[in-house]
Design a protein around this ligand. Sequence first.
Ligand code: 5CA
Length: 161
Amino acid sequence: MPKPLPPSAQRVQDALDSAGLGLTVRELEQSTRTSAEAAEAVGCTVGQIVKSIIFRAKASDRVVLVLTSGANRVDEHKVAALLGEGLGKADADFVRERTGFVIGGVAPVGHREAPITFIDADLLSHDEIWAAAGTPNALFRLTPGDLQMLSQGRIADVKRA
Ligand code: 5CA
């Protein structure tokens, strides 16, 4: 019998199962808290790691999720312009309370509430990518097409030049 997943990773697996794409959460022995650690753990490039970065829409208090390549930094001004609203800081408490995930384990799916989601166009250049799966040592492999389907995100240029 495989070991049961922690609840937040199981929530991600349940969301993946509902989507019916045949994707599987993998819990690893080592930390996958950062993009570099995640890439090292699964043997891919940092650019193939999907970072799930949370912001708070200032006026509406909505949760904004930016799915960006591990090789990039998010340009908050570009995201704010796409959103048509200023962005506030999402601290660790905001992330945990609104997404149900701790920083370092925020997944693209299985959130407590549906966030407004943007996808870094650079992620589409890879055949295979890896995203966090609810804990700082759980990941799952997917395609950029899967990411679009799962997150319903808008593809955009969101990276810092
Ligand atoms: N598991 C890895 C690879 S998928 C991971 O989750 N990486 S990540 O980049 O998506 O998550 C870490 C991100 O959390 C950092 O890039 C940073 O934007 C954010 N973060 C780190 N510390 C804080 C903090 N104190 N408050 C708000 N956000 C933070």
